[in-house]
Design a binder for this molecule. Structure first.
Ligand SMILES: [Zn+2]
Ligand SMILES: [Zn+2]
Length: 171
């Protein structure tokens, strides 16, 4: 019984403080690094409370894209955008085919860009890729057709948004 009393008194006596705010007592611990943290330092995540440092560290690991990655992603996006213009022009009046083809191309080029960069992505990879698609597509249609029609713009927007969405999925 002695051990039970000991642990009970230890629990009552021990006052713990936030690792960043030594003047604030708290019983809350980070579920990753186990440091004590006050309510202000805690971030609620789907798996419990985590300290801000751990949340940031996790994001940095997830968003490890470099400038080279951004450049690659933009280049693939631009090439994909030009390709989208060409391929959707080939299907011509088959509006439905173009509507299906454009997002498929956008998803595929984003997938390719992810593979090329070893699945690293920056915070803005999705936007960079979507921007590349629009820029490459517009430049392509200007160069080939001397302008961009309404359908071309629609197809490009579909491809760009599919590419953007693909980057948001964390696989
Ligand atoms: Zn932590
Ligand atoms: Zn704190």
């Amino acid at each position: 019984m002695a051990s039970m009393d000991d642990s009970l008194s230890a629990f009552e006596d021990e006052i713990t403080y936030c690792a960043r705010h030594p003047d604030r007592d708290t019983g809350l611990r980070c579920n990753r690094c186990e440091r004590y943290m006050c309510v202000e330092c805690a971030v609620r995540t789907p798996i419990g409370y985590t300290c801000r440092e751990c949340v940031r560290g996790h994001e940095d690991k997830f968003y490890a894209g470099t400038m080279t990655d951004y450049a690659l992603v933009a280049a693939v996006g631009a090439a994909g955008g030009a390709l989208t213009v060409l391929l959707t022009m080939l299907v011509g009046g088959f509006f439905i085919v173009g509507l299906l083809l454009a997002p498929a191309l956008g998803g595929a080029l984003a997938q390719f860009a992810l593979q090329l960069t070893g699945r690293r992505r920056g915070r803005h990879s999705g936007l960079v890729c979507a921007g590349g698609v629009m820029a490459g597509g517009l430049a392509g249609s200007l160069a080939i057709f001397g302008g961009a029609g309404l359908f071309t713009l629609l197809y490009l927007a579909l491809a760009a948004s599919a590419a953007y969405t693909r980057f948001k999925v964390s696989i």
